[in-house]
Design a protein around this ligand. Structure first.
Ligand SMILES: NC(=O)c1ccc[n+]([C@@H]2O[C@H](COP(=O)([O-])OP(=O)(O)OC[C@H]3O[C@@H](n4cnc5c(N)ncnc54)[C@H](OP(=O)(O)O)[C@@H]3O)[C@@H](O)[C@H]2O)c1
Length: 258
């Protein structure tokens, strides 16, 4: 029998790490494959999990990483029960002030790499397998000063929901997660210039990951917005014109003047 695995990108930190910690309590897997750049932090997971962890150090923006993952999957032919795409980063700044590398890097990691990892995993997914893609609350509307990041997350949500319909006949579920602000290392990189100043609500990774597993178990939804406050904000973005939501956001963070 082929090894049943959970494949988690972004497993060295934040929501991906918490997902990796929890996944073998929720799904019958023999091994967790953990992907990120920081090998040391991936290896630390081994002390916390009851199943073997394969720590795979890959920079997913590096074009060769796809080839390495493809080769590894071909060699091992695992039965991927769960794929979680949690690698991602954002840069909060005015578009013209963020570097070209950062603007394109967000597209590379959040969209291209997520699409490629999903594509490479496809032959190894079977009935009952789940793909969890971490999108964002910013998936639902344009967000000035979080411009490219929000657009990448709109891609993740749209891609995931449509792919869910395509894979449903195979018994594979694709599920997008749209977290509100969540306390992780994400902000060390994204908000270095303190462009975003108003954090009205901050969730924990434990809370978000709990909601992911609960929703997967209890509903057939293709995406979740974890948390009551987040759901309320989501409802507003559906009810109000996006131009108004953007104006409120700009005012909250005093962005016109920055
Ligand atoms: N925190 C929030 O408020 C928030 C809200 C909504 C959505 N999200 C999304 O949630 C997901 C998880 O983020 P997080 O908040 O948990 O942040 P985090 O703690 O910074 O985790 C990001 C993960 O991505 C990995 N990563 C970054 N660059 C990579 C690269 N080039 N190749 C491979 N892996 C890379 C990081 O590992 P290495 O550095 O070791 O490579 C890390 O494991 C992201 O997609 C993020 O956009 C976050």
């Amino acid at each position: 029998m082929n090894k049943r695995i959970a494949l988690v990108t972004g497993a060295s930190s934040g929501m991906g790490k918490e997902f990796a910690r929890r996944v073998c309590g929720e799904y019958p897997v023999d091994e967790v494959w953990a992907i990120a750049r920081n090998l040391g932090r991936l290896e630390e997971l081994q002390n916390e999990l009851p199943v073997p962890v394969r720590a795979i150090s890959l920079d997913l923006t590096d074009r060769e990483s796809g080839d390495k993952l493809r080769a590894l999957l071909k060699e091992e032919k695992p039965d991927i029960r769960v794929l979680c795409n949690a690698s991602g980063f954002g840069i909060f700044d005015r578009f013209d002030r963020a570097s070209e590398e950062d603007n394109l890097g967000m597209i590379d990691l959040n969209c291209r790499a997520l699409t490629q990892v999903t594509y490479l995993a496809l032959p190894y997914l079977s009935a009952g397998s789940v793909v969890v893609n971490i999108a964002s609350m910013s998936s639902f509307q344009p967000v000035p000063y979080i411009n490219v990041y929000a657009a990448t997350k709109a891609y993740v949500l749209s891609f995931s929901r449509a792919l869910n319909r395509e894979l449903n006949p195979r018994g594979v579920r694709v599920f997008a997660v749209c977290p509100y602000w969540t306390k992780t290392a994400f902000f060390d990189r994204s908000n270095k210039k303190s462009v975003i100043t108003h954090f009205d609500c901050m969730y924990t990774t434990e809370f978000v990951v709990n909601k992911i597993f609960r929703t997967l178990k209890r509903s057939k939804k293709d995406y979740v917005v974890p948390g009551t406050y987040a759901k309320f904000t989501h409802a507003l973005t559906k009810l109000l014109p996006h131009s108004m939501v953007m104006s409120v956001f700009m005012r909250q963070h005093k962005l016109g003047k920055k």
